[in-house]
Write a protein that binds this ligand. Structure first.
Ligand code: ZN
Length: 130
């Protein structure tokens, strides 16, 4: 996922990709408790504790959720209008009305998982003193 580290010199928010989903995992992969990167803002090499790294909710996750929500809703409305014009089956109408909840449900799940992912990373700290 995308992780961030603010530069102590110029406060620029540097971002980088990592497979780690917690700071503990990050330390295991890198085999050290510090991170060294070149700051994009001031071009200086910065070194910081992994506890300074943080995750943020990604805009693309919300965008994908939004697209699923929109396409899903449109598809279901098309199906609904066909059922409305073709039949008078009350059960069918009821089923489609329930289907309308599916994109809403997917949208909520994606948002929730994104929040869990970010807070899992941000709430696990690595002990600095070992
Ligand atoms: Zn900087």
């Amino acid at each position: 996922m995308k992780l961030y580290l603010k530069c102590p010199n110029c406060k620029y928010e540097n971002s980088f990709k990592s497979n780690a989903s917690t700071r503990v995992e990050f330390v295991m992969v890198k085999n050290k408790k510090t991170i060294e990167i070149n700051c994009v803002g001031c071009n200086k090499k910065i070194s910081a504790s992994v506890n300074k790294i943080y995750a943020k909710e990604s805009k693309s996750a919300f965008l994908i959720a939004g697209i699923i929500f929109m396409i899903g809703s449109i598809l279901i409305l098309i199906i609904w209008s066909k059922i409305l014009s073709n039949s008078k089956n009350a059960m069918g109408l009821y089923a489609v009305a329930l289907l309308l909840l599916v994109p809403v449900w997917i949208y909520i799940i994606i948002q929730k998982q994104e929040r869990i992912r970010v807070s899992t990373f941000n709430h696990t700290y690595v002990n600095d003193y070992h």
